[in-house]
Write a protein that binds this ligand. Structure first.
Ligand SMILES: *Cc1c(COP(=O)(O)O)cnc(C)c1O
Length: 393
């Protein structure tokens, strides 16, 4: 069924593209008309190892034939393996598993409040977040999100959040009160326009947190699991967060989210304080383990660095070819934004028509999130099509 109109029995909460994808292999996907596309979005930073990666498929098949689900009232060995891997890669200590990004950030927010109130013995609860940020669609996470459009019509919103300008130290300093318990941020704002945090600012935030007894919470849902060229974006900054949230790339497309924290902070979640039915079930945790194992075996961070270099070279050429339309290229690793002087919707639609799927991040930014197994030729194909698209509009 070729779907170009709003489906009758699905809620109309997405502005869907007029295509239906039915098959994927590596970086290629096919629609229901048999048309082939290069996926330069990785399903929004999810399928970082490409679609249906054979090693992961084999591991998931094995687990499908063994045990899908059990409750968190029992030990789940796969969770322990995945938590150990995440702890080793992040330098943090303990993980909690859930099913999505928003749920991971809910966990992060609850952990920070409970740590302040039960471990530190204060009555602090307020969290400082940033303009243009995106933290999810639940009531708490949309309140932390620094974009008015996601809040419209959902009042009353939970209390205890303040939003200040990004990369602005004075704004953070003046927002700290005796109620503040944490600062929460993305290190490259993904949905909000691909804005990287400045290194000196992030270091200063860590110092502020230490001076005021606040937690530094990093939302690594889009930036984590290799996307920016390090396992976690905070590793570019020479700071250690108190806790991070993960989701998107962690399961290569199988839904899984996580909160990972230092032992001291994690201690705030005593038995019965937080939980989920599905979180980290054997299938989901297997997807996470297989994702990380494959990335380690294939030395994927080196691939990310290589593809980044090729992509940046092509984007510099693009900028030189279209000086009137390309303002700047920014981002880290394979989370890149091309800011235009014109709306990005038309070139992105043109590229899709020509068989390359790209995203937007705000009205004038083309967001590129290729997989970590993208070839040099595929990079050239994508940017050639984007260049054509810019010539057309
Ligand atoms: C996608 C995203 C979320 C929300 O994740 P969901 O799985 O859609 O709930 C939160 N924070 C960031 C930075 C994201 O990119």
């Amino acid at each position: 069924m070729h779907t170009t109109t709003a489906p009758v029995h699905l809620m109309n909460n997405y502005a869907r593209w007029p295509i239906s994808l039915v098959k994927g292999q590596g970086n290629q996907v096919w629609d229901d008309q048999g048309k082939q596309y290069l996926d330069f979005t990785s399903g929004i930073a999810v399928t970082s190892l490409g679609h249906v990666p054979p090693k992961l498929t084999a591991k998931l098949h094995e687990q499908l034939d063994t045990l899908w689900h059990c409750s968190n009232l029992v030990h789940v060995p796969q969770q322990e393996i995945l938590a150990e891997k995440l702890s080793r890669l992040s330098g943090l200590d303990q993980a909690f598993f859930c099913n999505s990004g928003a749920e991971a950030n809910e966990g992060l927010i609850k952990l920070a409040r409970r740590y302040a109130q039960k471990i530190k013995g204060t009555d602090r609860y307020e969290i400082i977040s940033f303009e243009q940020s995106f933290h999810g669609r639940t009531l708490a996470t949309l309140t932390a999100t620094g974009q008015e459009k996601v809040k419209d019509g959902f009042a009353p919103l939970p209390q205890g959040f303040v939003t200040v300008p990004y990369n602005d130290l004075d704004a953070v300093k003046s927002a700290i009160t005796d109620k503040t318990c944490a600062i929460m941020l993305e290190l490259v704002q993904g949905e909000g326009g691909v804005h990287p945090a400045e290194e000196a600012w992030v270091k200063a935030l860590r110092e502020l947190c230490d001076a005021h007894g606040l937690l530094l919470l990093i939302d690594e849902i889009q930036t984590g699991i290799g996307r920016t060229g390090t396992w976690f974006a905070f590793q570019h900054y020479d700071v250690k967060p108190d806790a991070i949230s993960l989701a998107k790339g962690l399961g290569s497309g199988f839904p899984i989210g996580a909160v990972v924290a230092t032992k001291e902070v994690a201690a705030a979640f005593a038995p019965g304080t937080h939980g989920t039915t599905f979180g980290g079930n054997p299938l989901a945790a297997t997807a996470g383990i297989a994702t990380l194992a494959t990335m380690e075996e294939e030395q994927i961070l080196e691939r990310v660095a290589h593809i980044h270099d090729v992509l940046i070279k092509e984007l510099e050429k693009l900028k030189a070819e279209h000086p009137d339309k390309v303002v700047t290229v920014r981002g880290k690793g394979l989370l890149l934004g091309v800011e235009l002087t014109i709306p990005a919707g038309e070139p992105v639609a043109y590229a899709r028509e020509k068989g390359v799927i790209m995203l937007m991040a705000g009205p004038q930014v083309v967001r590129l999130l290729p997989s970590f197994v993208t070839t040099d030729d595929e990079v050239k194909q994508a940017i050639t099509v984007l260049s054509e698209a810019l010539s057309q509009v």
